[in-house]
Structures are given as C-alpha cells and as structure tokens.
Design a protein around this ligand. Structure first.
Ligand SMILES: CC(C)(COP(=O)(O)OP(=O)(O)OC[C@H]1O[C@@H](n2cnc3c(N)ncnc32)[C@H](O)[C@@H]1OP(=O)(O)O)[C@@H](O)C(=O)NCCC(=O)NCCS
Length: 242
C-alpha cells in the first residue's frame, strides 16, 4: 500500500476484493465525497458502499482515482466529437438542460479546465474534477447533440442572505457568443426559483470583462465589492431579482 490509501481502504474492507484492482489512491478526497468522486472518475458502484468496477474512461493515466494493478483489458470509450458544422442558427430548441449525471462530471471538469479563468491558472482536469465533485449536487449542464457544452452551479444559499448563489457558469469556448450562456442563465434562474428564491447572487472577478458584460446584459447589478477569502483578490458581488 502507499501513503494516503487509508481512508478508502478502511471503507473497502480489503484491497483484493475485485481481482485486478488492488488499491485506489484517494488522499485528496474526503471520505464523504468518495462515492461521487469515484463515479465521476469512471467507476461504478457495485461492491458494498464503494465503487469498484471500472467503466470506459477517457481520463489520462495518473489522474484522479489512480489505480494499482488495474485490469487494462477494459475498453476505453471513444472521445465524442461535436459536429459544429450542423448548428442551426437558432439554438433555442437544440440545447437541453438537466442536472449533471455522475458520468458527465468528467466532461464538466474538462470543460472547466479548458475555459478561462481556470485555463489561465493552469488548473488540471484532475483539480477541476476535485473542485466540482464537492459541487456536484448543484451542477446543471447544457447539452447539444448530447454533448455537454456548458454548465452552471446553483446553490440555495450563498454570500447574500436569502438569495440563491450561482458560483460558476461556463460555456465551451468555441460555442461562446451564440446566446447559449443566456439560455443557460435562464435555466439557472428557473432552478433558483424552484428553490423558492427571489434573488440570484454571484461573485465575479472585475477583470473578467466578458463575464461582467454578460451579467450586466442579463440584468445583474453590483451590490458590493468583496475580497475573496481564497485569493485575497477583489470580487464584485452582483445580484438580480428573479
Ligand atoms: C460568460 C459566458 C458564460 C457567456 O456565455 P456566452 O454563451 O458567450 O454568452 P451569450 O452569447 O449568451 O452572450 C450574451 C451577452 O453577454 C455579453 N457578452 C458575452 N460574452 C462577451 C464578451 N466576450 N465580451 C463582451 N460581452 C460579452 C454580450 O452582451 C452578449 O450579447 P451579444 O453577443 O448580443 O453582444 C462565457 O463567456 C464563458 O463561459 N466564459 C468563461 C467562463 C467564465 O468566465 N464564466 C463566468 C465566471 S464563472
């Protein structure tokens, strides 16, 4: 065994219960997040309370849920390709929205790590997945041709008392400026209404001009400037009525 395997190990009752899989490294994952973390990493719940059967995964070697003695005969699913040449002018009826499915979390993480501002911070897909796993209950995706092309998070509570909180909204870079962000935001506002909230709040980096412009056009106004606990940087606190 190697360092960090203890949390999972103690919940699994032993490392040898599924043949080829002998240990999972899970040191960055809280035990309480383990199940969704593993599902998001391409594992299937199937043995006691812990996921242990690997499904096809596009993840590169060495990322989350790293294995020892994995069964390499498991087939990898092909990377899906989104056909951008067949896009209708009006995307309104082509975009579908839903709460994220566990198997889509890897796609959402890839989307985040390839989008600004996370791309500029060199956040890896691995780090994105870890951050998003904690937010999974609040993640909703937008899909085009059955591909995840955007996501948003909506929490019932946030920095403004009584207001729902939108922590992230992201559209696949090559599909930005086509109105999809506006459609996804409309969906997020409906999710917030369904949570019986009358206001939606968010924080944004004032240097993220695209996002600030997007939020302003969508009717958000700045209600305060706050300092991010994480980065120590200034953030605009914006909100709008629902
Ligand atoms: C912010 C974001 C979600 C907007 O999504 P989008 O699909 O491009 O937005 P829309 O096409 O619906 O744009 C609606 C309006 O927002 C404004 N807007 C959007 N992108 C803009 C940009 N790059 N520069 C200036 N204004 C912009 C425009 O007013 C636009 O209307 P217009 O195209 O008619 O001028 C997208 O840029 C994104 O994913 N950015 C990276 C992640 C991010 O920074 N998210 C916000 C913080 S978590």
């Amino acid at each position: 065994m190697f360092d960090g395997a203890c949390a999972l190990y103690s919940r699994c009752n032993g490392p040898d219960f599924l043949g080829g899989i002998r240990a999972v490294r899970c040191d960055p994952v809280k035990p309480s997040n383990l199940s969704s973390y593993l599902q998001a990493s391409g594992w299937k719940t199937g043995h006691g309370s812990i996921a242990m059967k690997r499904l096809g995964s596009n993840e590169p070697e060495g990322r989350v849920g790293k294995l020892k003695q994995v069964d390499h005969s498991v087939e990898k699913s092909p990377v899906p390709v989104l056909d951008l040449t067949r896009l209708p002018n009006d995307l309104t009826n082509s975009i579908k929205f839903s709460p994220v499915a566990p198997q889509e979390m890897v796609n959402v993480a890839t989307l985040r790590s390839t989008s600004e501002p996370w791309r500029g911070r060199s956040e890896t897909p691995d780090q994105s997945l870890q951050a998003l796993t904690a937010l999974q209950p609040y993640v909703h995706v937008s899909k085009l041709q059955n591909h995840v092309i955007g996501y948003v998070t909506v929490e019932r509570d946030g920095p403004v008392a009584g207001a729902a909180y939108m922590r992230h909204i992201v559209i696949k870079p090559e599909l930005q400026r086509k109105g999809i962000g506006t459609l996804l935001l409309a969906h997020a506002m409906q999710v917030a209404r369904d949570l019986h909230r009358k206001t939606l709040a968010l924080r944004v980096d004032p240097a993220n001009a695209a996002a600030v412009s997007f939020y302003r056009k969508a009717g958000f106004t700045t209600v305060a400037t706050v300092v991010s606990k994480k980065s120590g940087k200034l953030r605009l606190l914006m909100s709008r009525e629902l």
